[in-house]
Design a binder for this molecule. Structure first.
Ligand code: PHE
Length: 460
């Protein structure tokens, strides 16, 4: 290798960056509306189980593969001696491009809402449906957001992200805590908290399981090699196992808090929790309005601004996937790779952008076999990329780690920075999950959901 890779400055820098990738719109925009659609607490419980039991071991495995190979996702398998497995990384790169294409649109809405809150336009919450059809405005914000992401990625990975994540994530946490405290004092708080926390097991069905699994992977930035890439920038001195615990807790913690904050608001404003992708955009402005004109503007704009930054540390890691692939594989200059990928991603995002009422074709894009309601283009891409391919990526990573790369080598890598690891109970747990739990569970869910969700074949 000609030039040594840049590395994160220390463990905290790495955890901040990886948690920055994990915490984003997935936690604050997507998680609450998925909970709303999935029947509240039922979804929450399944999501937590998947996150801690199943995803955590895969998370440390991805980071270990990255650090061992010193390569980005798609190039990581060759230096480990298994070039045939490169396809796993390539699926990941494709997933990253697909996810970023719609993620960027939502980030554009967030920027737009930041400006609306600055202007004190709290009524925008009631006009979300028409706001998202204003394509001239939305595409401007989307483009601005993409350019910001592209600029940071073109500067190389470690510099920008570490700094941004260390300051902005704690700020976001503080404002969410303040808003949650405020939420608890509202009239609807009881009903909201009950919907969110009191278990109703009758609501659990295959669709809830499928979406909760996809949400766990999406939220942890898992299953597409984003963490392989980040791991490749991590020094051998650092402890992957405990970093992974911190990342998982930070991510699930912020998502949990987002739910606790939003559902009281949703119920106090009489909004339908099943509302879908517009949920936080319909709910939050009305809440800021109740704070009075000055405080409402300050808190409202700060909330959306910090949310935009949280989204930015995630879009950076998404764009890094195709970019590092092109740099590592085709030896293209980083800057060119960035602008080329960004251009493609912007174009791919257009169908998602117009799929919220502007274009009838993309709004009612496809009706899966056996269903009556069509889904829009963004939902369709989410179902393919994040709900189906990410868990499938997790399946492949588990099989690869145990059967191809072998447990011994995985453990050796995890022991760097954590010398006692091999003898710890966590080692047994990780090994057990990767061998006996994740492959059959993820494999079965993959097959069942393809048949049932997309083709209407009733299995269970
Ligand atoms: N985890 C990010 C979020 O929750 C989204 C993401 C997915 C980022 C996959 C990178 C890779 O917002």
């Amino acid at each position: 290798m000609a030039t040594p890779r840049s590395t994160f400055s220390n463990k905290f820098g790495f955890v901040a960056a990886a948690a920055g990738s994990a915490v984003g719109l997935g936690n604050i925009w997507k998680f609450p509306f998925e909970v709303g659609k999935g029947g509240g607490s039922a979804f929450l419980i399944i999501y937590l189980i998947f996150t801690f039991v199943l995803c955590y071991p895969i998370l440390v495995t991805e980071i270990a593969i990255g650090r061992r190979s010193q390569k980005s996702a798609a190039m990581a398998f060759k230096p480990l001696g298994h070039p045939k497995w490169t396809f796993v990384g390539i699926i990941g790169v494709i997933c990253g491009v697909l996810i970023l294409s719609f993620y960027n649109i939502v980030a554009g809405w967030v920027l737009g809402y930041f400006v609306e809150m600055l202007l004190g336009n709290f009524e925008i919450g009631e006009h979300f449906d028409t706001y998202v059809t204003d394509i001239a405005e939305i595409s401007g914000y989307t483009l601005a957001f993409l350019l910001a992401t592209a600029y940071i990625v073109s500067q190389g990975i470690t510099k920008g992200i570490e700094k941004a994540s260390k300051i902005l994530m704690p700020s976001l946490l503080v404002i969410m805590l303040i808003l949650t405290a405020y939420a608890m004092m509202l009239d609807g708080a009881g009903a909201g908290v009950a919907f969110y926390l009191i278990p109703d097991f009758s609501k659990i069905d295959l669709n809830v399981i499928y979406r909760a699994l996809g949400q766990s992977f999406f939220s942890l930035s898992l299953g597409l090699g984003a963490l392989i890439t980040y791991g490749s920038y991590l020094s051998r001195k650092e402890d992957i196992v405990s970093s992974g615990i911190m990342i998982t807790f930070a991510d699930a913690g912020i998502a949990f808090l987002a739910g606790l904050m939003i559902f009281p608001f949703v119920f106090s404003e009489g909004i339908e929790p099943e509302g879908g992708a517009g949920l936080i955009f319909m709910t939050m402005p009305g809440i800021f309005k109740t704070m009075g004109p000055t405080l409402g503007v300050v808190i409202g704009s700060l909330f959306f601004l910090l949310l935009a930054f949280a989204a930015l540390t995630s879009t950076i890691s998404l764009l890094e996937l195709p970019v590092s692939y092109m740099v590592d594989k085709h030896k293209i200059k980083r800057k060119w790779a960035v602008w080329y990928s960004a251009g493609i991603i912007f174009l791919l995002g257009i169908p998602s952008m117009v799929g919220f009422g502007y274009s009838d074709f993309f709004t009612n894009f496809i009706t899966y076999v056996g269903r009556t309601e069509p889904v829009n283009f963004m939902d369709f891409v989410t179902d393919i990329a994040s709900n189906t391919l990410l868990p499938f990526g997790g399946f492949l990573v588990s099989v690869f780690a145990i059967h191809i790369w072998k447990r011994r080598k995985l453990f050796r890598e995890l022991s760097h920075g954590n010398p006692g690891f091999t003898r710890s109970w966590l080692a047994k747990y990780i090994s057990f999950t990767l061998t006996y739990i994740s492959p059959p569970v993820l494999g079965a869910i993959f097959i069942i959901t393809i048949l049932e969700v997309f083709f209407g074949v009733k299995i269970i």
